[in-house]
Design a protein around this ligand. Structure first.
Ligand SMILES: *[C@@H]1O[C@H](CO)[C@@H](O)[C@H](O)[C@H]1NC(C)=O
Ligand SMILES: [Cu+2]
Length: 261
């Protein structure tokens, strides 16, 4: 049996990870699916969940110096999720974080990539992502009001919508918060990506084209990455590839049409 002293560092690490937060559940049209949480790696067998496994027991984030490494794709040493969340075009999806510190203000993103096959075995370096939702600075400065404040107030949750005409298939959705509380110094931003396997059903016709490898999303010197939250700023340049307006606009039009139907 392991002496208690050898378990203590492990317990400390687990509580540190909890302080930063992880997506411990995904709610799709009212149905809860478990996400990954770091403690699951000590279960035998490791539970089959749609959330990708990540080795984020330590400080729990990816630094700008790692933005071109494979860790930025789905978090540290990530391994494919072993199950799927089922959704349809237009499904309401809530990423439920277990917690999030109010001080960790910054942008929140949702990216989607086709697995072109099975997301449980896809090579993460092959995933080409399209950004389909984003939020960041809302008002004020030093530090101002950010979408992460809404996330914290909303029970640590972030809700998005599956693009309304998305073709059926297997997709990885990469949900991410970038915390800026230390981003005024170089290598100080903190990325918290979380990947989830989605099986999209229905009869949509829009396939994804193009897309960007996550290793090319951000650079340490981007104005939205090297950014002093504790200053008198009057704007914020959202980092990463542009929002895919086609996906988003189509969705909005349909929703609008439905409102008046
Ligand atoms: C808040 O989130 C937790 C899961 O993290 C969930 O169990 C609880 O029902 C949520 N509360 C509300 C009011 O939605
Ligand atoms: Cu932190």
């Amino acid at each position: 049996m392991a002496p208690l002293s050898s378990l203590l560092p492990l317990l400390a690490l687990v509580s540190l990870a909890a302080a930063h937060g992880a997506v411990h559940g995904i709610v799709v049209d009212g149905t809860w699916y478990p996400g990954w949480n770091a403690a699951m790696r000590y279960q035998n067998p490791i539970p089959a969940v749609a959330g990708w496994q990540a080795d984020n027991l330590d400080n729990g984030f990816v630094t700008p110096s790692q933005f071109s490494s494979s860790d930025i794709v789905c978090h540290k040493a990530a391994k494919n999720g072993n199950a799927y969340v089922t959704a349809r075009p237009g499904s309401k999806v809530t990423f439920q974080w277990n917690t999030w510190p109010e001080s960790h203000k910054g942008p929140v993103f949702d990216y989607i990539a086709s697995c072109n096959g099975d997301c449980m075995t896809v090579d993460k370096s092959q995933l080409l992502f399209t950004k389909f939702a984003e939020g960041a600075w809302i008002s004020g400065n030093d530090p101002g009001v950010w979408v992460t404040d809404d996330l914290v107030k909303g029970n640590f949750s972030w809700t998005t919508t599956i693009p309304s005409n998305l073709a059926p298939g297997n997709y990885v959705i990469r949900h991410e918060i970038i915390a800026l509380h230390a981003a005024g110094q170089s290598n100080g931003a903190q990325a918290y990506p979380q990947c989830i396997n989605f099986r999209v059903e229905g009869s949509g016709t829009q396939t994804l084209s193009g897309g960007t490898a996550a290793t090319s999303f951000y650079k340490a010197s981007d104005p939205g990455i090297l950014f002093n939250l504790y200053s008198k700023f009057s704007g914020y340049t959202i980092p990463g590839p542009p929002l895919q307006k086609n996906l988003v606009r189509r969705e909005g039009e349909r929703e609008h049409a439905r409102d008046f139907a």
